[in-house]
Design a protein around this ligand. Structure first.
Ligand SMILES: NC(=O)c1ccc[n+]([C@@H]2O[C@H](COP(=O)([O-])OP(=O)(O)OC[C@H]3O[C@@H](n4cnc5c(N)ncnc54)[C@H](OP(=O)(O)O)[C@@H]3O)[C@@H](O)[C@H]2O)c1
Length: 241
C-alpha cells in the first residue's frame, strides 16, 4: 500500500511541486499552508487522495493541532516533509524584526513540528521525517544572514534526530534535503543567482531521495559540487569574500 505523506508548506514552489510529484507516484498527500485558496486549487487539480489543512507554522500550538487534524483526516501519516520556509535574500529589510521572523518560521516552526513528528513516529513504530534545508546551511552569508543560520540549525537538528532514530526501537528515517537555487516565489525576480533549477526537476529528485530514504541529498545533484567547494574554503578567506 502506498504511503501517506504530509507536506508542510505546499502552497507554492518546491512544496507544491513535491505534492504533485508524490501524488503522481501514488501517495496520499496532505498539503498545508496559510493560503487556503492555493490549497483548494491544488486539491481540485489532484482530485483524488488529497487532503488540505490551513497551517501557520509560527502559531506553534495551533500548528500541532492542525497537523493532528490532518493525520486524523488521512487515517495516519508515514512521512512528514517540513518544507515551510522564508528567506531575506540581499537583506531586503534589515534589523531585528526580519531576522526574528526568519527564525520564527525556519527554526521555531521547524523544530516544533520536527519534534512532534519524531514522537509520533516513535509511538507508532515507524515513519520518515524529511527536512527541506538548503546548501545555504553550509556557510554564513552576509546577503542572507538569518536564513543561512536557520538552515545550519536545520542540518544539525536533523543530524541529531537521525542519530537518535538509530537508537530507537522504531523504524524511523530522517532525511536532510539541501536544494541549491530552485525556481519558486523565494527566488523569483532575485538578481545574481546561478544554476537556478526548474521546480519540477527539483521535486522529482526530492521524491527519489525520499523513496530511497537518503540521509542527505543535494537538489539538484550538481549542487553537491558547491557543497564540496564551500567546505574547502578556509574561514580567513571566506570572511573576506
Ligand atoms: N527556492 C530555492 O532556491 C531554495 C533553495 C534552498 C532551499 N529552499 C527551501 O525550500 C523550501 C520551500 O521554499 P520555496 O523555494 O518553494 O519558496 P516558496 O515558493 O516561497 O514556498 C514557501 C512555502 O513556505 C510556506 N510558508 C511560509 N511561511 C509560512 C508560515 N508562517 N506558516 C506556514 N507555511 C509558511 C508558504 O506557504 P504560505 O505562504 O501559503 O503559508 C509556501 O508554501 C523552504 O524551506 C526554502 O528555504 C529553497
Amino acid at each position: 500500500m502506498k504511503k501517506k505523506v504530509a507536506i508542510i508548506g505546499a502552497t507554492s514552489g518546491i512544496g507544491r511541486a513535491l505534492a504533485v510529484e508524490m501524488h503522481n507516484r501514488g501517495y496520499t498527500v496532505g498539503a498545508t499552508g496559510r493560503r487556503l485558496e492555493r490549497l483548494e486549487e491544488l486539491r481540485n487539480q489532484l482530485k483524488t487522495n488529497t487532503y488540505i489543512q490551513y497551517m501557520d507554522v509560527t502559531d506553534l500550538d495551533d500548528a500541532i493541532s492542525q497537523l493532528d487534524q490532518l493525520k486524523k483526516d488521512m487515517g495516519g501519516l508515514d512521512i512528514i516533509v517540513l518544507n515551510s520556509g522564508v528567506s531575506n535574500y540581499q537583506q531586503e529589510s534589515v534589523g531585528r524584526e526580519p531576522d526574528l521572523h526568519v527564525i520564527d518560521v525556519n527554526v521555531r516552526g521547524f523544530a516544533n513540528l520536527g519534534s512532534y513528528a519524531f514522537n509520533l513516529f516513535e509511538e507508532q513504530g515507524h515513519g520518515h521525517i524529511v527536512g527541506i534545508s538548503s546548501v545555504a546551511g553550509l556557510f554564513g552569508w552576509g546577503l542572507n544572514i538569518p536564513y543561512n543560520a536557520s538552515k545550519s540549525f536545520v542540518n544539525t537538528y536533523l543530524q541529531g534526530y537521525r542519530q537518535k532514530a538509530n537508537h530507537s526501537d522504531a523504524d524511523i528515517a530522517v532525511s536532510t534535503i539541501m536544494p541549491g537555487f530552485v525556481e519558486s516565489e523565494m527566488t523569483e525576480g532575485k538578481k545574481d543567482l546561478f544554476w537556478v533549477q526548474p521546480t519540477k526537476k527539483a521535486a522529482k529528485q526530492i521524491a527519489e531521495a525520499i523513496e530511497k530514504q537518503k540521509n542527505e541529498a543535494y537538489i539538484t545533484k550538481r549542487w553537491r559540487l558547491v557543497g564540496w567547494f564551500v567546505k574547502l574554503i578556509p574561514n580567513w578567506a571566506w570572511n573576506r569574500m
